[in-house]
Design a protein around this ligand. Sequence first.
Ligand code: G3H
Ligand code: 13P
Ligand code: ZN
Length: 330
Amino acid sequence: MHTTETKPVSYKELGFSNTREMFKAAMKDGYAVPAYNFNNMEQIQAIITACMKSRSPVILQVSKGARDYANATLLRWMGRGAMEMMKEQGTPVPAAMHLDHGDSFELCKSCIDSGFSSVMYDGSSLPYAENARITRQVVEYAHKFDVSVEAELGVLAGIEDEVSSEKSHYTDPAQVEDFVKKTGVDSLAISIGTSHGAYKFKVKPGESVPPLRFDILEEVEKRIPGFPIVLHGSSSVMPAYIDMINKYGGKMENAVGVPPEQLRRAAKSAVCKINIDSDGRLVMTAMIRKVFSEKPGEFDPRKYLGPAREELIKMYMDKNKDVLGSAGRV
Ligand code: G3H
Ligand code: 13P
Ligand code: ZN
């Protein structure tokens, strides 16, 4: 039996869904579909288990970095394995396999050919016309196979300490209508003050984080009514996990994320997809540090990755229920 595919494979045969129907339902009922990143087995197990248990649709997200780390072939088979596992357990939920921050047409094409149901082409740092041109090229290829495409306008601040959220280039609402029309894209990531990583805002003790720019979001919604919007950089960097990391020997001072109530507000609007990666990283780190600190003799990875996986399941279930509102929708 051949185990390596040389011919393109359709996501439909694998049981994945594209994001179109997911976003339609999310828009209608005022919630957002979770897009959780995975790089390893424990993360994908936790995401799938949490979404099955909370009856939430899910977008399994793979970045270029994840492909480089875990091997692209292995990762996509893990995605397929997750679909099989859900079927076997008899309680599957709609799942998309999505490329996060694709930086070239070739990368998007390679993911589409290997069974992804959705891709992001991120040309947000390019000049507008170039971003629109390559996004259009990706859309033309993707739509031949009914694969959905996400693009981005506006630049999120980086994760470096020196970069504060004021430095992000907010999306210009005046550009969105033309961009969507020109490219034919299915969803649009916008920049309204979120950023990637665990240090999203610079706040002094006692200060609260600046609110997201809901005025920009509303302006975008007016220009492209009913069009699915995506929020990147949406981890909340929950203080409980930061405290745990610091308590058990870590050093993450001044880590701060997006308050859950702001995400809940966004999820009720045209925001249909909310991207969360850092919170998963923090939970794993906190739990592994705890086990190592309490049981310094432990050396079986299952004994520290297992508790990390259990805590991840709880965290994702809480997100689906209390933040995104996606729990109980399937
Ligand atoms: O948006 C970025 C995601 O958190 C993925 O991060 O490129 O380090 O895998 P990564
Ligand atoms: P966080 O770093 O806030 O989790 O954002 C993740 C993300 O946007 C993935 O594309
Ligand atoms: Zn992102």
